[in-house]
Design a protein around this ligand. Structure first.
Ligand code: 5RP
Length: 225
């Protein structure tokens, strides 16, 4: 199986977590795109989708899936039972690094608004310890130097992502070389740096289920209540 087939297999496995007539939380990236394409084939089953990026919203809309704003869903008192998204790294405790596609802030918002986070990935994303993938930070542009300084003092090597602006009009700084022994603590440390909108650690609210596609089938990891 090639990488694309593994992503499709993980995305297909996530369909079994969806319930009819509900709103789906939809992530961003190539694996999430596979999921969107599968949801589109049965779009009448669902009330609609809340997207975690402009790119995903556009793909959903192109497929004729009803795209809903998070605020309208929550104001209507509707539930989002499941959020489905990929990840850049997944550890055995279902802590994640996300944001390779730069959509980390909206991803964290939609994940937080959803009851269950189902993470879909191929086996290359599974690691013993997070940190090989540089940690993305969404940063307000005028705080760039301050945040770089803070990243260095936390042991990392920051680099502004070239030619990239988030859906929220901010920059992304990727921080390489971090030793992530305590993902929850590091997530909180980066959250406390003024100018950091979001960091790509999903540990305080990690995944509830990870569906990992391997050539031998889907490995299901759980671990959170
Ligand atoms: C985007 C993300 C993606 O989920 C992550 O980068 C994984 O992407 P892909 O499925 O293309 O490997 O966090 O911000």
């Amino acid at each position: 199986m090639d990488a694309r087939q593994l992503k499709e297999a993980a995305a297909a496995a996530a369909l079994t977590y969806l319930q009819p007539d509900t709103v789906i939380g939809v992530g961003t990236g190539s694996t999430a795109n596979c999921f969107i394409d599968l949801v589109a084939a049965q779009k009448e089953r669902y009330r609609g989708a809340v997207a975690s990026s402009a790119a995903s919203a556009e793909r959903l809309a192109r497929h004729g899936v009803r795209v809903l704003e998070l605020n309208e869903v929550m104001d209507a008192g509707w539930d989002i039972p499941v959020y489905v998204d990929g990840a850049d790294e997944i550890d055995p405790g279902l802590n994640l690094v996300k944001g390779g596609g730069g959509a980390l802030t909206r991803e964290k918002i939609v994940a937080a608004a959803s009851r269950r986070f189902v993470c879909i990935a191929d086996a290359s994303k599974l690691v013993d310890r997070l940190g090989r993938f540089p940690l993305p930070l969404e940063v307000i542009p005028m705080a760039r130097a301050l945040v770089e300084h803070a990243a260095r003092s936390l042991g990392g090597t920051p680099q502004v992502r070239p030619n990239f602006v988030t859906d929220n009009g901010n920059i992304v700084i990727d921080v390489a070389g971090l030793s992530i022994t305590d993902p929850v603590m590091l997530e909180m440390r980066f959250n406390s740096v003024p100018g950091v909108v979001t960091n790509g650690l999903f540990a305080q609210r990690g995944a509830d289920v990870a569906l990992i596609a391997t050539p031998d089938g889907i490995r299901t990891l759980t671990g959170r209540p």
